[in-house]
Ligand binder design. Structure first.
Ligand code: SF4
Ligand code: SF4
Length: 476
């Protein structure tokens, strides 16, 4: 007979499903569109890694944005109050393992268990692994585990197997092994390897959330043991304080006694299961609101054009998702010159192509966006420490050389037939006039912090201008 699933568990499954779906869709879109966060930027563990670099060098890691730190902050708050609640309720990789675990149950119609002794030893592996990752990340100031990260490999699957294999060969093999193992041993990665799970387990040592078992009403049916994906021996414990408990509440909701034999307690006081769930969501939402208030809830980098218009553009800001067109426009370089320096044919790789697609389009295996950074540094005579140690020294002559084809602020030329529309943004005007956004902002007499991506007509009240004003200014 099919077991009835409680409404709390339906909510949990839906939440995990949404989490996995969001990560999968974002990862897919990131491969195709600019301005979509990468899988690295939405991984809370990256928040810890980039915090280390921030503390050591005052800089965030490449590929990560301040929003990743907000995510990690939410995990810490959740971990302190609700132990591994994140693992049980929000983690996309936990959800993915859950899907394969479910497939395994349907296929094999039985549960497998790693022999107890071996299981006990393996569960310790994640702690030294966490320590090693943090140590090497601190030393290198980079995402050292990225090529070995199965979730990073999963997030890049939509780029095609060849691309994933080139960048994440180890991560891809691990992904396959972990998902295959998850069909036999539920949440194998969570139990033995996950560094974020280890962080949560350590935070969960603070005894705030605990599940208690009332022995006098327990009928020893072992249902709680059977539903626990982390193999915690619930039916033998008085208080479940295992570092492995992911606060999924499956045991509590599966207990057939109606006498609250199993109940969640917060700080020693029994609370309803739904209270735990509400607190868990509130912490996550609260962290997002705090992050928003601090202006840190950003997961995708600012566009090159935006950076150029506020004068903060650096060579390092060029990403694999930047296009040749935006690189040339924002750095004020002739497109032809950029193509020449990079060594690719514009017919094969059109200007609107993302840099990361160059290899595929031009048939250059192993092509990396860093080649474009190096080219821009050479053209502009700027110093740049390339990713492969290909250091480009500053070249004062190149830096001083005129950049002919790109209109400077002083030389912005507006054709007589150009019509400025209220629906246009500064970026669009700049593109139409082949000028930098900064030049357009200056020409229109707007403040430097004017948002370059907003339609002009939407900003009238905020910046106190009229469209006829702007139309006459652009023609001056
Ligand atoms: S242990 Fe790691 S992979 Fe598993 S649910 Fe927790 S964070 Fe996710
Ligand atoms: S002990 Fe209960 S709450 Fe903890 S992981 Fe197992 S089933 Fe979930």
């Amino acid at each position: 007979m099919a077991t009835r699933v409680s409404s709390i568990q339906i909510v949990r499954r839906i939440t995990l499903g949404i989490s996995l779906a969001c990560v999968t869709v974002l990862a897919f879109l990131h491969q195709r569109l600019q301005g979509i966060p990468s899988i690295d930027a939405i991984d809370p563990f990256g928040g810890l890694e980039t915090l280390l670099k921030f503390i050591a060098g005052g800089d965030l890691m490449k590929r990560l944005e301040p929003g990743t730190i907000v995510l990690f902050g939410a995990i810490v708050a959740l971990g302190i109050v609700l132990s591994r609640f994140f693992c049980g309720w929000f983690c996309a990789f936990g959800a993915l393992q859950g899907v394969f675990g479910w497939i395994g149950k349907k296929l094999f119609r039985r549960r497998f268990a790693v022999p107890r002794r071996l299981d006990a030893i393996l569960r310790w592996v994640k702690y030294p692994l966490l320590a090693a990752i943090l140590y090497f990340t601190w030393r290198a100031g980079d995402l050292v585990i990225r090529p070995y990260d199965p979730m990073a490999a999963y997030g890049h699957l939509s780029a095609g197997l060849t691309a994933v294999w080139a960048e994440f060969a180890v991560g891809l093999v691990l992904l396959i092994v972990i998902l295959a193992l998850s069909m036999l041993y539920e949440r194998a990665f969570c139990k033995y390897l996950c560094p974020l799970g280890a962080v949560n387990a350590i935070l969960g040592r603070i005894p705030v959330l605990r599940i208690k078992r009332e022995a006098s009403t327990c009928i020893s049916c072992s249902k709680c043991d059977r539903v626990c994906s982390m193999n915690v021996e619930v039916s033998e414990a008085k208080v479940i304080d295992s570092a492995e408990c992911i606060a999924c509440m499956e045991c509590v909701t599966a207990c057939p006694t109606k006498k609250r034999t199993l109940s969640a307690t917060l700080g020693g006081k029994a609370v309803k299961t739904v209270t735990i769930v509400v607190i868990g969501f509130a912490i996550y939402i609260g962290a997002a609101l705090v992050g928003q208030g601090l202006g840190m809830l950003r997961f995708a980098p600012k566009s090159l054009i935006e950076q150029a218009s506020v004068g903060t553009l650096k060579i390092e800001d060029i990403k694999g998702s930047s296009t040749y067109e935006t690189v040339a426009t924002s750095f004020g370089i002739e497109l032809e010159r950029l193509y020449r320096e990079v060594g690719v044919d514009a017919k094969k790789v059109p200007p609107e192509s993302m840099l990361k697609d160059t290899g595929k389009l031009a048939g250059i295996p192993g092509f990396e966006a860093d080649a474009v950074r190096v080219a821009v540094a050479k053209i502009l005579g700027l110093p740049y420490a390339g990713e492969k140690g290909n250091l480009i020294p500053a070249d004062p002559a190149a830096a001083a050389a005129p950049k002919p084809a790109v209109k400077t602020e002083a030389s912005l030329v507006v054709p007589a037939d150009f019509a400025l529309e209220g629906t246009m943004s500064i970026d669009e005007v700049a593109k139409a006039l082949k000028a930098s956004p900064g030049a357009v902002i200056k020409k229109l007499g707007l403040p430097k912090d004017f948002p370059p991506d907003k339609p002009l007509r939407d900003m009238r009240d905020r910046f106190g201008y009229t469209m006829p004003d702007l139309k006459s200014k652009i023609k001056e």
